[in-house]
Design a protein around this ligand. Structure first.
Ligand code: AMP
Length: 281
């Protein structure tokens, strides 16, 4: 695996890789890799495709009071894991390479970015859309893989790629979970032992609300119960537990089409998110 952090070296390596005509797949990450990320990499490796993984902790997607400085960084271990997984290129640009002096462009995807995490974290999805556009232009992949763990992010990127005719196939991978059901996340490293136990309330509350709604229970009631379950386990604040259209992410009060149930809440200093499909009975 080549680990690269400057743009001319990346361009040369990508050109060499692409010369055999095989498709090139990009897996964008912020590092501190876990089995969730590695499932994306394995999917990328399938069918003998070339794989580029990017690691970039993107300052533009963190708000002023968020955890940019504390975000876990484990470059050496990440590189080991990616080498073992057969990745061709690790693209790890510095902030100065990504955003040189004078950088002034912002990509903003309206609608799908507005609610949920877009409302709770103003500017977050502009930061995501801007950096993903840059990564796509730098790496020029045929396919890019994202996790359903960040369901709204996946929806924003699909919208952007369609709107801007980017011509990149976007693949969404199911959320990888710990044995007890907690979605794997780099941020789980922040949780104390007690918080780790309480964190299970998030997938459980979403799962319980899904069951109620799929049995025909009132949406509003199921959502209120989920919020109450989270509060009872010490989540504070609960930013949202919302049923949304699976594609547009418009909020739904009646389960009349394929939907996604999304939740976000803070446990101590750690903000956790999760989501689950909800099917019409
Ligand atoms: P991050 O490093 O958190 O920005 O995540 C990089 C990519 O990995 C994103 O597309 C995430 O949605 C995906 N990802 C993170 N955690 C998981 C998980 N538990 N299961 C599947 N994909 C994940």
């Amino acid at each position: 695996m080549q680990t690269l952090s400057d743009l001319p070296a990346l361009c040369a390596a990508i050109a060499a890789l692409k010369s055999d005509g095989k498709p090139l797949v990009l897996v964008p990450t912020m590092g501190a890799l876990h089995d969730g990320h590695m499932a994306l990499v394995e999917e990328a490796r399938r069918h003998g495709r070339h794989v580029v993984v990017s690691i970039f902790v993107n300052p533009k997607q963190f708000g002023p009071n968020e955890d940019l400085a504390a975000y876990p960084r484990r470059e050496a271990k990440d590189a080991q894991m990616l080498t073992a997984a057969g990745v061709d290129i690790l693209w790890a640009p510095t902030v100065d390479v990504m955003y040189p002096a004078g950088f002034a462009t912002n990509i903003s995807v309206s609608g799908v970015s507005d609610g949920l995490d877009g409302a709770a974290r103003p500017g977050h999805f502009d930061g995501v859309a801007t950096v993903v556009t840059k990564l796509f232009n730098q790496v020029r992949p045929d396919v890019a893989i994202f996790g359903e763990k960040d369901y709204q992010q996946l929806a924003v990127i699909r919208r952007m790629v369609a709107d801007l005719d980017m011509g990149i196939e976007i693949v969404g991978m199911p959320t990888q979970r710990a044995e007890d059901g907690l979605a794997l996340s780099s941020r789980n490293a922040y949780l104390s032992d007690d918080e780790r136990k309480a964190a299970l309330a998030l997938p459980r509350a979403l799962g319980e609300a899904k069951r109620q709604m799929e049995k025909g229970g009132a949406v509003e009631e199921a959502l209120a119960k989920a919020v109450a379950m989270l509060s009872a386990q010490g989540f504070d604040p609960v930013d949202y537990v919302t049923l949304c259209d699976a594609v547009t992410l418009e909020p739904m009060s009646v389960l009349d089409r394929p939907a996604r149930l999304l939740g976000a809440a803070k446990l101590g200093k750690t903000r956790l998110i999760d989501n689950i499909a909800v099917d019409i009975a």
